[in-house]
Design a protein. Sequence first.
Length: 280
Amino acid sequence: MLHSAFVPNNTRIIARIGPATEDSLLEPLSPRSIVLSVLLGSHPPRMPVGRILEFTSLFDLADGAVRTALSRMVTAGDVVNDDGTYRLAGRLVERQAQQDAGRHHSTNDWDRTWWTVAVLSDRRTMAERRTFRAWAIGARLGELRPDLWLRPANLEIPTELPDVLITRGSIITGVEQRLVAQLWDLDGLRARSKMNRLALDSAAARLGDSDDRSLADAFSALAAAQQFLRVEPQLPQDLAPHVAGDDVRTRYSEVVEVFQTRLAQFFAGRSADRVSTTAR
């Protein structure tokens, strides 16, 4: 089943975003981002090249541009070409799991403890630093300073990373609300949440039209929401009231269901056209 997803060009945590507007959320996506997004949203994450080209036609992309993007992604190790069917590879398989988790709010109660994650090694390659940062962002941790990340323990986090010290305990001194404000830009998160909700509402209204362009617009809105949900920290309510990430999750689920139905109809229509052309 296809879910809309998004591959952000910048993996920097959304904690330090600036003011959000609906236009800034829906900037045009590159061929690479569109292809990776549709693969990240597919379960299992693979798709024949013909179906990929049908989908990207919604964005008025030339087949040559899409094939060039696919070739570069194979070279980069982002996808594997299995006889004309492209599937996610490497780190993007983990990215899909993180994005899937972002669509579901944790029901874990908070016992007032915190996760603290500190890097032990002081000699790491740039690739190792990037790997750790991607892991920390995927775990919805906030960066207090380089190589020191924290979050309330209302969510579980992976604990298998080597050369990392992970502890869980209470904050003894300091004000937790102040610490949260250091780790995340709450005003920015609230603004981004509101703009994503507005964009999803607009996409839902347009999906009622028969115009195929509404599918591309809805995909962009869903992509922006997915980017937000992937890194939205899902903080306890008493630490971050009014962030409203759950409002975006709920609306995302509603819109993506309609989107999937419309997209299936689009693909069915394209298949019918091919059969009709062949018959002639």
